[in-house]
Design a protein around this ligand. Structure first.
Ligand code: ZN
Ligand code: ZN
Ligand code: FE
Length: 762
């Protein structure tokens, strides 16, 4: 009987390298009795299979339907090929030519199989801190170039031993072509570097590190994307020492819990949060703390002072698993830096910069190629609301609804900086660069751009930038030899939310944030826009109020309170208000500054209104990290309160203003009447949510738009976001919020890129 043979050439694109794809293809083909070849190249994976018609069909179906868990297939294309009559299936060695469309995977948390080996005394990788396989391990942080092969990673200096080489070359093995494969005999090694008093001069580095932590010390630990600083989370003196040495006054620390059970002893974990905590990306998840009385475990007060939320993450490297198991309790794990500097990731630099903070170092000899901070995510209505998108997510591309005609580089904003490269319909949003305010972060930005350009073979022809002339990202962009596109900051926020949702608009866009440069040269931040990707119209905004002292007013919210109260009471502010009493000695001068103008630029910022109200309510007069007053004010609010202060919008759906002074006056009057502060905070949040809904209703009347996009850092406030979305939905609006990139300025680069691409299509 003659069996008809058939041959097909297949190309698979997406995240298909470094995730066990070739072994999967090999196993599938040999199981089905097919001959052929599979290999990696710069575009992804290529396959040729031949054999009977039915098994070839089955092969193609399984390829798409049942890929390895970490693979993300974007495209499979097939074409008929010539039957050669070959008899076996082989894996081809990698080549290094052609274009570079293969995608580098984000770093992946230790898988269950590797975890079992780690804890199995009979396994040759028992207790080995660098165990990994095709299903897990370092990726983006160790890749220097494509294609993704060991020679192009920071593992190139480690020569595989015979056992590891055997696994690497065995198509049936879990480590087949796992580029960072290694073992205690051939791979990276831990090293403990400490002062003489920190334990024995010799001995197991891990045991010494654990002893140091148990004794109340601060330990610098080399992780995937940089160094962390660790201290026992239950040890108040240790955490307080870390805080003071790091010059971090109040900003909460993240805590690594040993496992999900331990996380549940500290916080409430709902199913969506559990999925995030235990998933392959392992971000810091902001969880609701259990009240101390009902918590089975409580962290030291200095971990997250006065905060109802706690950032929790679970171990994501074998080293973390080993450390946490040996420690037997949660540990603070915060980025290895002083105050707001970028996280240290090069060994020499880390010793220099962290030497004054850490009592000892737990380090190793596998270099980190690119600095990558932990990601931070909240859950809003069962879906991710990213606060910082970095390790575990980057460089996975975001699909755009429509392709860009020419490659785009979007340079981002300033704080929480990211950049974004776009080619065709893929947007590569960078890791978190930090606050782009100095030479070191600027260098991280420019080196990052070069790295992404090389990895994804993108030569930008269009460069998008913010309009703020003083942003370093703007200045750098203006020096580039490309077509430049200036994108207004709040338009970029709304475009970011559109791109995040695969939408194009037009929408009623509500962009509430700290500050962004407006087209009229003033500082905006409480904006209602009618926008699509290509353009926008500013139809409504918060009525501008002077910012006495400019940037100083950002660090001293009481100054915004003074400016707002002076307007709210027409120059006759009641002296019985606590905020006036607390700042009596300096009040008059700041009010005079606000009235005079000069160094008191007017702003329509919603962030500044939150600051003003928080100061009036006695939350705080000065802050030590961005958004602190608003964060604490949100937590103060009693969620059971439904009333809201009245706030009538002045104007029509094509031009209106929001009288923030009316809200400040209402807050002040309530406080003078001794209304509890938690009620006041709730009434204010509810009022701002109504302002959002009322503004959108005006826009719908004038323009017929019934879809709303909410963006800007103010919408990290879950109380406000929840109330605003509820009100809008009650009134029949479709509401777009962020799920893939942050609503804060970390998402601005995606918005800039989407705008530039849309303008390039026009
Ligand atoms: Zn693994
Ligand atoms: Zn080995
Ligand atoms: Fe912003």
């Amino acid at each position: 009987m003659r069996v008809s043979r058939r041959a097909v050439a297949v190309r698979v694109e997406g995240i298909v390298q470094g995730v066990g794809f070739r072994p999967f293809v090999y196993g599938l083909a040999t199981r089905l009795g097919l001959a052929g070849v599979v290999g990696n190249d710069e575009r992804g994976v290529f396959i040729e299979v031949e054999g009977g018609s039915a098994p070839v069909e089955e092969f193609l179906a399984a390829l798409a339907g049942d890929p390895p868990p970490l693979a993300v297939i974007e495209r499979i294309s097939t074409r008929p090929a010539a039957v050669t009559g070959r008899g076996t299936f082989v894996i081809a060695p990698s080549t290094a030519c052609g274009d570079r469309r293969a995608l580098v995977s984000p770093d992946v948390a230790t898988c269950d199989a590797c975890l079992r080996e780690l804890t199995d005394p009979a396994d040759r990788r028992h207790g080995y801190a660098f165990t990994n396989c095709t299903g897990c391990g370092p990726r983006f942080t160790i890749v220097r170039d494509v294609p993704y092969d060991r020679a192009n990673t920071t593992m190139t200096g480690f020569r595989m031993c015979a056992d590891c080489a055997g696994e690497y070359h065995d198509p049936a093995d879990r480590r087949f072509h796992a580029q960072p494969v290694c073992c205690p005999a051939c791979g990276p090694r831990l090293r403990f570097v400490g002062s003489g008093s920190a334990g024995d001069p010799a001995g197991d580095p891990l045991a010494r590190a654990v002893r140091l932590l148990r004794a109340g010390g601060v330990l610098a630990v080399k992780g995937l994307g940089g160094y962390h600083l660790a201290a026992l989370a239950t040890d108040e003196p240790a955490v307080a020492a870390l805080r003071s040495r790091k010059h971090r006054e109040d900003k909460p620390f993240a805590v690594m819990a040993g496992d999900l059970d331990e996380a549940r002893r500290l916080c409430v974990v709902d199913p969506a949060e559990e999925r995030l905590l235990t998933g392959p990306a392992r971000p810091v998840v902001l969880l609701r703390r259990l009240p101390d009385a009902s918590a089975a475990l409580s962290v030291a007060p200095s971990v997250a002072p006065g905060n109802r939320w706690l950032g929790v993450l679970l171990p994501y490297t074998p080293l973390h698993h080993l450390l946490l198991r040996a420690l037997g309790g949660p540990t603070v794990l915060t980025s290895g830096n002083v105050s707001d500097e970028p996280i240290a990731y090069r060994d020499e630099d880390a010793v220099e910069r962290l030497g004054g903070i850490a009592d000892a170092f737990l380090t190793h000899d596998r270099p980190i190629h690119i600095r990558t901070d932990d990601s931070v995510v909240r859950v809003f209505r069962g879906r991710d609301l990213p606060i910082r998108r970095s390790r575990g997510y980057v460089p996975h591309p975001l699909a755009l609804a429509r392709a860009a005609p020419r490659p785009v580089l979007a340079c981002g904003a300033e704080l929480k900086h990211t950049f974004c490269l776009v080619k065709d319909d893929r947007a590569f949003v960078s890791h978190h660069i930090g606050d782009l305010e100095n030479y070191e972060t600027l260098r991280s930005f420019t080196e990052g751009v070069e790295h992404f350009r090389r990895l994804f073979d993108i030569t930008p022809e269009v460069v998008a930038h913010d309009l703020h002339p003083e942003y370093l990202s703007t200045k750098w962009a203006l020096d580039q030899d490309a077509d430049l596109v200036g994108v207004q900051h709040h338009h970029a926020h709304i475009a970011s939310c559109l791109a995040d949702n695969g939408a194009a608009g037009p929408v009623a866009g509500v962009a509430f944030d700290g500050l962004g440069y407006g087209t009229d040269g003033t500082l905006w931040g409480g904006e209602f826009l009618v926008a699509d990707l290509a353009g926008f119209e500013r139809v409504g905004h918060l009525a501008p109020v002077p910012m006495p002292g400019g940037a100083t007013a950002i660090r001293q919210p009481w100054r915004m309170a003074a400016a707002y109260l002076d307007l709210a009471y027409d120059g006759d502010v009641p002296e019985d208000l606590d905020v006036v009493r607390r700042n009596a000695g300096r009040w008059a001068a700041v009010v005079a500054l606000a009235r005079r103008g000069g160094n008191a630029p007017p702003t329509s910022s919603m962030g500044r209104l939150f600051d003003a109200v928080a100061a009036v309510a006695g939350v705080r007069d000065a802050i030590s990290y961005e958004g602190q007053a608003a964060v604490e004010f949100e937590q103060l609010a009693d969620p059971a309160v439904d009333e809201a202060y009245p706030c009538d919008l002045a104007g029509t759906g094509t031009r209106f203003t929001v009288p923030g002074v009316a809200l400040v006056r209402a807050v002040a009057e309530d406080l003078r009447a001794r209304v509890p502060r938690d009620v006041v905070a709730a009434r204010f949040h509810n009022a701002v949510a109504r302002v959002v809904a009322d503004g959108c209703a005006l826009i719908r009347q004038a323009r017929g738009l019934s879809t709303v996009a909410l963006s800007g850092g103010v919408f990290q406030n879950l109380l406000l976001l929840g109330r605003a979305v509820t009100l809008l939905e009650e009134r029949g609006f479709t509401v777009l919020t962020h799920h893939r990139v942050p609503p804060n300025d970390g998402g601005v680069s995606l918005g800039q890129a989407a705008v530039a691409a849309a303008l390039d299509r026009a």
